[in-house]
Design a protein around this ligand. Sequence first.
Ligand code: G6P
Length: 371
Amino acid sequence: SAAEKGGHEYFMLKEIEEQPDALANSLRGHFAGGRIVLDEQRISDQDLRDIDKVFVVACGSAYHSGLVAKYAIEHWCRLPVEVELASEFRYRDPVLDRDTLVVAVSQSGETMDTLEAVRHAREQRARVLAVCNTNGAQIPRESDAVLYTHAGPEIGVASTKAFLAQIAANYLVGLALAQARGTKYPDEVGREFADLEAMPKAVEQVLTTVDQVRDLGARLADSKAVLFLGRHVGYPVALEGALKLKELAYMHAEGFAAGELKHGPIALIEKDLPVVVVMPSPRGRAVLHAKLVSNISEIQARGARTIVIAEEGDETVRPFADELIEVPAVPTLLQPLVSTVPLQVLAAEIARTRGYDVDKPRNLAKSVTVE
Ligand code: G6P
């Protein structure tokens, strides 16, 4: 009913608007006594200190949350992090031992590909930490440590609030590792946590762009394809934006690392093709920002339609943006938590305009319990 959907036409929009709460609830209680705390930890602190490699294994949007986390965990922990599609992981011969931490990210905690990756990792004596949105699901039950996200139940098949909560939880895992390994001082861990705690408000602010983005979505509904470009943490955001559009609007969409543009994707650019660009902060990542401005000007010169997600007050990008969607200024590593939101709305609204069921896209299941 409309009441269940909080007055919205579809659950996904309600869930998009619940993202500030999903984040706040997922952070609550995880910094206590000056330390990051997980929900369950059957790995000793000594064993955590000895970890020398991290794998993140997941599927779909959860996999994209892992790609985001790689930037933070490598930076904070000075540990190599590999992010693997769970379905590929165990059919290779991944190099695992007792000093490997495998982080299994799953909203449902029942995804068979991810569960089998967990089983394979444990057989190789790796330590497994689950990030999961469902209490007592199979993946956390079979793991050595658990951090639950508290996004609440997600009805829309395409993940939104669970995805943002996964990013926050993966960051807590990174901070827990940094604290165990001593690669960050306790006060630095506390400051990172405080930055995370400011994010629900920032996401609240992005939600004021929902009407602008819905209007844009309605205008883009006849497009044949949409490209998404980003760099650094904006790259996984571009992948997630493209996935949402495929899932919901059945439209060809692809995310690219913007630096690869000249190595291939630029051949796809043609008149009127919508290209969504996720800009880094002009202050936080000035060099990357300049490179992306140059990418956008090349795209625009070829007649494509540029849709730019940029930090508020970023004037340099304005002349190159056919459509500008502003997001609040936040620390670089936290940008995905704001820049993903307009892409979720965009996909949902393109799908709705095309007459599709936003909450139940064809051929997809909320949780895939077969391999
Ligand atoms: C399905 C859903 C996706 C989800 C993926 C992983 O494909 O349609 O939205 O991201 O499974 O699900 P999980 O429950 O493991 O996070």
